[in-house]
Design a protein around this ligand. Structure first.
Ligand SMILES: Nc1ncnc2c1ncn2[C@@H]1O[C@H](COP(=O)(O)OP(=O)(O)OP(=O)(O)O)[C@@H](O)[C@H]1O
Ligand SMILES: [Mg+2]
Length: 261
């Protein structure tokens, strides 16, 4: 267990236990199925696009020396949370490092629901000062090297929370305790409010989810400009049919994660 001193900011020491010391959470298979979370099951052929994606993402994370990576999109409903969960699960099956998934979509929190968790407190409770104990906010998924830090949805001051000192302290605590872990952050859509723009400045880069047929080239370009100087590690084309993967039989139902470029 490590404590990160935050005296300079007048915060108490932040408690963030090692992954092995987090409480265990076991997702119900039918809940995972209902939310199309297939990344935990290597025998499920639908996990193959995520296996390819995880290799690309892991390579880029390593070459950029990034550790804290946001998953965002221009507009809502592009598949960010779906990708975050499946990518985190797929990474955790092979990565030598631990994988952490943090829900930073403070207003439309969805990671807990998609895994069937009902947390009494979450990241927003750390950010608003209700607790200094991050150890009470995270779970290790059973038999995996994946830790989940969900949030509870809040209605008001999310941008203020993400702009605050406690957010910086929290990200620093994750960087320190987890060594060379991969930390994925499920973000809000970039155009929804300024949450993503604010939070991204403290992260090491982002993956952009592009909703095939819905997201326009201009929206992608505008998002990248808006998020500067944060660096884009790559983009994923979601719900794309007829792409290269399909010809190799990697289709994911009628909706596919088909490209990473
Ligand atoms: N490729 C896909 N295959 C199957 N289901 C998908 C796919 N992409 C997204 N979905 C489903 O579409 C819905 C919206 O996806 P998701 O919640 O991940 O989007 P989001 O970008 O996180 O939305 P928000 O902007 O509200 O946070 C979810 O029910 C998700 O399971
Ligand atoms: Mg989402």
């Amino acid at each position: 267990m490590t404590s990160v001193s935050a005296d300079r900011l007048g915060l108490g020491p932040i408690n963030l236990p090692a992954l092995a010391d987090l409480p265990i959470f076991t997702p119900e298979p039918d809940v995972l199925d209902r939310h199309s979370i297939v990344g935990f099951d290597s025998r499920d052929s639908r996990t193959r696009p995520f296996n390819l994606l995880r290799t690309q993402v892991a390579k880029r994370i390593a070459s950029r020396k990034a550790s804290v990576v946001g998953i965002t999109s221009a507009t809502p409903n592009a598949g960010k949370s779906f990708l975050s969960l499946n990518l985190a699960a797929a990474l955790s099956r092979v990565a030598e490092q631990s994988v952490y998934l943090i829900d930073l979509d403070l207003r439309r929190a969805s990671i807990a629901v998609e895994l069937g968790m009902s947390p009494e407190a979450g990241i927003s409770d750390f950010l608003d000062g209700s607790t200094d104990d991050l150890g009470k906010l995270g779970w290790r998924i059973e038999d995996s090297s994946l830790a989940i830090f969900p949030t509870r949805a809040i209605s008001g001051n999310s941008a203020e929370l993400l702009a605050g000192d406690r957010f910086v302290q929290m990200i620093n605590a994750f960087r320190k305790i987890t060594g060379n872990a991969i930390i994925l952050c499920d973000m809000p859509p970039a155009f929804a409010n300024d949450d993503t723009m604010i939070a991204m400045q403290k992260l090491d880069g982002y993956v952009m989810v592009v909703d095939s047929g819905n997201t326009t080239r201009k929206q992608v370009q505008d998002t990248m400009v808006m998020l500067q100087p944060a660096s884009c590690l790559g983009a994923v084309l979601n719900r794309y049919n007829g792409g290269i993967m399909e010809s190799y039989g990697y289709g994911y139902g009628s909706k596919t994660y088909d490209a990473y470029y």
